[in-house]
Design a binder for this molecule. Structure first.
Ligand SMILES: [Zn+2]
Ligand SMILES: [Zn+2]
Length: 114
């Protein structure tokens, strides 16, 4: 596994818009908040993904907007996000973030989801 590409050159965290990272190799990644939350790598969220789907919501249009209340970098290897619903156990390592880059270029190589 080539690791050199997951060194961030510049990290820009916006509590309302999400995370933007420019990598050492020049690649730029933009992560919207809802995408980051869906990809939360913590044990709780990972387990939730494996749980059976919830029954259909009678009000599918209603979804509370999730925001960030705080964010911090952890050493030089990860970003920690604090969500408005109190969730803050997710530690997004730069390795992981590079892996889940949602840009069309990177998504082409991922077949496990749309
Ligand atoms: Zn989580
Ligand atoms: Zn990408």
């Amino acid at each position: 596994m080539e690791r050199a590409n997951s060194n961030p050159r510049h990290v820009d965290i916006s509590l309302s818009r999400g995370v933007e990272i420019t990598w050492a190799d020049g690649h730029a990644s933009k992560y919207p908040l809802d995408y980051l939350r869906r990809k939360c790598p913590c044990a709780v969220c990972t387990a939730a993904v494996e749980a059976p789907p919830e029954p259909p919501n009678p009000f599918p249009m209603y979804k509370p907007t999730l925001r960030l209340t705080n964010a911090e970098t952890v050493g030089r290897y990860a970003v920690r996000l604090f969500w408005s619903d109190g969730h803050s156990t997710g530690l997004y390592s730069f390795d992981y973030l590079r892996e889940i880059c949602p840009c069309p270029l990177c998504r082409k190589t991922v077949t496990s989801e749309q």
